[in-house]
Design a protein around this ligand. Structure first.
Ligand SMILES: *[C@@H]1O[C@H](CO)[C@@H](O)[C@H](O)[C@H]1NC(C)=O
Ligand SMILES: *[C@@H]1O[C@H](CO)[C@@H](O)[C@H](O)[C@H]1NC(C)=O
Ligand SMILES: *[C@@H]1O[C@H](CO)[C@@H](O)[C@H](O)[C@H]1NC(C)=O
Ligand SMILES: *[C@@H]1O[C@H](CO)[C@@H](O)[C@H](O)[C@H]1NC(C)=O
Ligand SMILES: *[C@@H]1O[C@H](CO)[C@@H](O)[C@H](O)[C@H]1NC(C)=O
Ligand SMILES: *[C@@H]1O[C@H](CO)[C@@H](O)[C@H](O)[C@H]1NC(C)=O
Ligand SMILES: *[C@@H]1O[C@H](CO)[C@@H](O)[C@H](O)[C@H]1NC(C)=O
Ligand SMILES: *[C@@H]1O[C@H](CO)[C@@H](O)[C@H](O)[C@H]1NC(C)=O
Ligand SMILES: *[C@@H]1O[C@H](CO)[C@@H](O)[C@H](O)[C@H]1NC(C)=O
Ligand SMILES: *[C@@H]1O[C@H](CO)[C@@H](O)[C@H](O)[C@H]1NC(C)=O
Ligand SMILES: *[C@@H]1O[C@H](CO)[C@@H](O)[C@H](O)[C@H]1NC(C)=O
Length: 833
């Protein structure tokens, strides 16, 4: 009996597995040949299983498209669409098939609505369509035995949509003199060609982005064989291998991935930015690696006519006061290009009231705005603001004017590219916008105003809510908890309070990646440090959640958050003030003796303890991402406190931000930052190691050139340590070799372990603390490979990493030294005995 049941269960399981993995719906192959059709939920899958082709839909529309997407990625990510502009509604009666030598999509009534449009040839009958593992769909002559070697008749890589995959190209065809474009989707649900497109400019060997196929708003700068001149951060790119090809038929760029196991794509996004994204298994999401133009408001006409773009708010677009979105539904799908229309029609547009009733339109002042150059205004030669206003008022086409040191400018018909700057930002100008006098923005009655503002705020709130919901939903997948109550320990300050405390932000202590820090004194004479955050792209609720999370993190080696201020776009954080400032001001001092060795050792230990707390003791592991001497503060007793933790999350950590702010921090970045694999706490360990070297030498690692000869300190220190050389000779000359030689050796060894290329070989911060406390011994490290080969560029030193060193999947976060040692086998390569 038992055996029988057992067998039945096995049989049942087998059936279950069979049906799960062999859905009958799938045309279980990578090919559509002459007699096959694809319809309904059938798909074909490339031979290696990377990509699938079939019908898909977006949102809850009933529009279906033939597309190619990543087969192994849970979030359906479409990389190519056949019928971009011609959706079909019934996938069961529509068919994708080979017809007269073409791949053709027939709609419900069997009418062709999309085709590869090739002229028929003799071999038309034997044409097949094959989905390759690169994501390329090719049409071939299937009758020839070596068909996969011959040139395809047609390929999707030559007809891209918004995605440029590795191996694909964006080209200029010299024979037809036509550009092949990478074109954004119209909005997040509609794959029809949108307004933004990337194209090759073969004369200048550069890429450019255009709006509506005309206005160009970004260029990459010329290719010099290695980088595009206006994209210097590409030098730090170790993911994409770009190359330029120029022959008698065409010019194009193509790229491959140094590490083929990385899943990566390049898109012309609906935001008007080009983006490079990599897929991370451990967070189950796409991570933005790089994007251009960097600022959303640099995208031409992103918010449409009479829209206003603001880098410090989300969504970036809103309507100018007195206007409403032309299409609420487009705006909610992330397509702002329709812009805004007057809430109340202009009086001058109403017939009959033309000349007699000129005063029925008025102008609303809009201060602190910036307009793209050229701003398409007309200059009027008049001598006063009043005359400028009258000139504009007299012609109904005139929608706005400005009168400043440049004289009188007017704008006809529509106003594009208005960027709203922060209040008080004097780099902007003031423009006056024409509105009907009856517009509620002029009404002094509070009630009316309330309604209008309420309505505007209401629509904005809806959009924010949608985006927030998406963000929270994503976060929830990672974190479990959504929102926590504000903890009672944090004080919510008013902006005025902090303005007073800091004497209107007059005493600047420093600036950083996230904003400037000012010294202040509270009425009870507590001295505080106030950080003014820049560009917080976050909703109020999420900001408070993140801040209260940071507020719960308390440790003697972490700077304590005391309170915050959230007043519209103004987001500030209030910290304890640290008397002795940041570590860099002590160790990189030339004149004085600097810090004693004992103090330096205690500082090394304190930073490590602070990081252990962040990595292991908090509810969510916090990766600092920016450990450097500037972010280590010292209190009156020289006790080190790590600053700026948790902010990466607050500001919405993404790689592009890191790439663009890297200039000053580069020397501390672990190789995995630039190789595109996921970041773990071991990235902090690497940066910590770099800081240890600077504590030893009293010099910046990247400034170790003396008498013209480059000597990269970590390389030198590593070889001295490993060869058993004179470690006291490595010390800051200011110390006069006054130090405990065992401690110096220990710190040198730890530092070398911390900067190993392979994150698995680096110790955890917990192990570092144990070693520095003397609880654990430490072996001799090996010299990290990246230190063996380095180059000096104009600005500073960057590393060459061998792509294979970062190839391992990053699923493991806890250190695993025994396993790790097997990578670099040989001898002495484990941290401890
Ligand atoms: C298609 O089907 C017809 C009739 O069933 C058959 O004669 C023909 O050989 C098939 N063609 C291919 C390429 O399989
Ligand atoms: C495919 O579609 C059929 C009917 O259209 C449905 O019954 C079946 O469950 C679908 N299969 C999958 C795997 O979705
Ligand atoms: C789906 O359709 C419903 C009703 O038409 C609409 O209210 C809802 O917003 C739509 N959802 C999305 C995500 O478009
Ligand atoms: C199929 O496409 C043709 C041509 O575009 C169109 O006239 C016809 O209405 C479509 N049929 C259906 C059912 O949508
Ligand atoms: C197809 O043939 C027509 C007429 O012979 C010709 O004008 C056209 O250029 C050809 N198209 C292609 C893509 O070769
Ligand atoms: C061509 O395709 C055939 C069958 O799909 C395969 O056996 C052969 O190895 C392929 N040749 C090359 C060079 O890829
Ligand atoms: C784009 O340009 C076309 C003409 O080239 C024009 O008709 C259309 O209105 C433009 N689109 C927008 C959104 O301005
Ligand atoms: C980069 O791409 C070029 C052209 O495809 C190739 O020749 C070169 O070997 C690649 N470099 C690396 C390191 O993969
Ligand atoms: C250019 O096109 C011609 C005709 O199609 C072809 O014979 C030649 O090989 C092509 N040249 C290159 C470099 O691809
Ligand atoms: C003004 O009058 C013209 C013709 O008399 C008419 O076509 C137009 O729609 C009118 N406009 C408005 C805003 O009433
Ligand atoms: C108003 O301005 C437009 C655009 O400059 C111009 O074409 C038109 O002639 C002007 N109308 C009058 C009445 O001046």
């Amino acid at each position: 009996m038992k055996t029988k049941n057992y067998c039945r269960t096995i049989l049942y399981l087998w059936f279950l597995l069979y049906f799960c993995f062999n859905p009958l719906s799938s045309v279980s192959a990578d090919t559509i040949s002459a007699n096959q059709t694809l319809s309904g939920n059938q798909t074909i899958v490339s031979s290696g299983g990377n990509f699938a082709l079939g019908f898909f839909t977006r949102g809850n529309s009933s529009n279906y498209y033939i597309g190619i997407w990543y087969n192994r990625i849970r979030i359906q990510t479409v990389v190519w669409v056949a019928n971009r502009e011609a959706p079909i509604s019934d996938i069961n009666s529509a068919q994708l098939r080979i017809l007269n030598g073409n791949l053709v999509l027939l709609n419900d009534s069997q009418t062709p609505i999309w085709s590869t449009d090739l002229n028929s040839t003799d071999s038309s009958n034997s044409v097949i369509a094959v989905l390759l593992d690169s994501g390329n769909l090719v049409l071939r002559d299937g009758s020839r035995s070596n068909s996969n070697l011959s040139q395809p008749l047609w390929e999707s890589f030559n007809n891209p949509g918004d995605t440029w995959l590795p191996g694909g190209k964006i080209s200029y065809n010299k024979r037809t003199q036509r550009n092949q474009l990478l074109t954004s989707w119209r909005n997040s649900e509609d794959p029809a060609p949108g307004l933004f497109s990337l194209e090759l400019d073969p004369n200048e060997r550069q890429y450019l982005i255009r709006w509506n196929r005309s206005e160009r708003y970004w260029t990459s700068g010329a290719w010099n064989g290695q980088i595009f001149s206006l994209v210097p951060e590409m030098r730090l790119n170790y993911i994409y291998n770009f190359s330029y090809v120029d022959n008698e038929n065409e010019s194009y760029f193509t790229y491959s991935l140094y590490n083929p196991s990385v899943v990566s794509r390049f898109i012309m996004d609906v935001t008007g930015q080009i983006k490079m994204l990599s897929w991370y298994d451990n967070i189950n999401d796409w991570n933005l690696f790089w994007s251009q133009p960097r600022q959303q408001c640099e995208v031409y006409a992103y918010c449409g006519a009479f829209g206003s773009c603001n880098e410090n708010s989300l969504p970036f677009c809103s309507c100018l006061r007195g206007f409403r979105p032309r299409s609420e539904s487009d705006w909610s799908l992330g397509d702002f290009s329709g812009g805004c229309v007057n809430e109340i029609d202009l009086e001058c547009e109403n017939n009959g009231s033309s000349s007699s009733n000129q005063r029925s339109d008025r102008f609303l002042m809009n201060p602190y705005v910036r307009l793209r150059i050229p701003d398409h205004s007309q200059s009027i030669a008049v001598g006063s603001s009043g005359a400028c206003e009258s000139a504009c008022l007299s012609n109904c086409s005139c929608r706005a004017y400005s009168y400043d040191s440049n004289g009188c400018s007017i704008w006809n018909d529509e106003l594009l590219n208005v960027q709203q700057l922060n209040e008080g930002d004097n780099s902007g100008r003031t423009i006056y916008i024409r509105l009907a006098a009856s517009s509620s923005v002029f009404s002094s009655s509070k009630n009316n105003k309330g309604v209008v503002i309420g309505a505007t705020v209401g629509t904005i709130a809806v959009v924010v809510a949608i985006i927030l919901a998406a963000v929270i939903w994503r976060r929830r997948n990672q974190k479990g908890a959504t929102s926590r109550k504000m903890e009672g320990t944090l004080v919510a300050f008013g902006y005025k309070d902090l303005q007073n405390a800091t004497k209107n932000f007059s005493d600047k202590l420093g600036g950083g990646g996230f904003g400037s820090v000012f010294k202040g004194t509270l009425p009870d004479s507590t001295v505080i440090a106030v950080k003014k955050l820049e560009s917080i792209n976050q909703g109020e609720k999420q900001f408070r959640t993140e801040v209260s999370t940071i507020g719960t993190i308390q440790h003697m080696n972490l700077v304590r958050l005391r309170g915050f201020c959230s007043d519209g776009n103004k987001k500030l954080l209030v910290y304890d003030y640290m008397e002795n400032g940041s570590l860099d001001s002590h160790i990189f001092k030339d004149s004085s003796k600097g810090l004693e060795w004992k103090t330096r050792y205690q500082i090394a230990l304190g930073i490590a303890r602070g990081l252990v707390y962040l990595h292991e003791k908090c509810r969510d592991c916090i990766i600092h991402c920016d450990i450097k001497p500037e972010n280590i503060l010292l209190d009156s007793e020289y006790c080190p406190k790590v600053a700026d933790f948790g902010l990466a999350k607050l500001v919405g950590r993404d790689f592009s931000r890191v790439l663009t702010t890297m200039r000053g921090t580069r020397g501390y970045l672990a190789p995995e930052w630039i190789s595109g694999v996921a970041i773990t706490a071991k990235a902090d360990v690497y940066s910590y190691g770099m800081v240890l070297f600077e504590l030893i030498s009293g010099r910046r690692n990247s400034e170790q050139s003396e008498d013209g000869k480059v000597k990269f300190f970590p390389s030198w220190a590593a070889s001295v340590t490993i060869d058993g050389g004179d470690v006291l000779g490595l010390l800051d000359p200011a110390l006069d070799r006054e130090a405990d030689v065992d401690e110096v050796l220990k710190i040198c060894k730890v530092a070398c372990w911390c900067i190993q290329d392979d994150e698995n070989i680096r110790p955890s911060m917990g192990q570092v603390v144990q070693i520095l406390e003397g609880v654990m011994d430490v072996n001799l490290p090996s010299i990290p490979r990246s230190l063996q080969v380095f180059v000096e560029s104009q600005e500073d030193i960057i590393f060459f990493t061998d792509s294979s060193s970062s190839g391992q999947s990053s699923s493991q976060t806890k250190s695993n030294t025994s396993n790790a040692s097997s990578h670099h086998s040989k001898n002495n390569t484990s941290l401890t005995n």
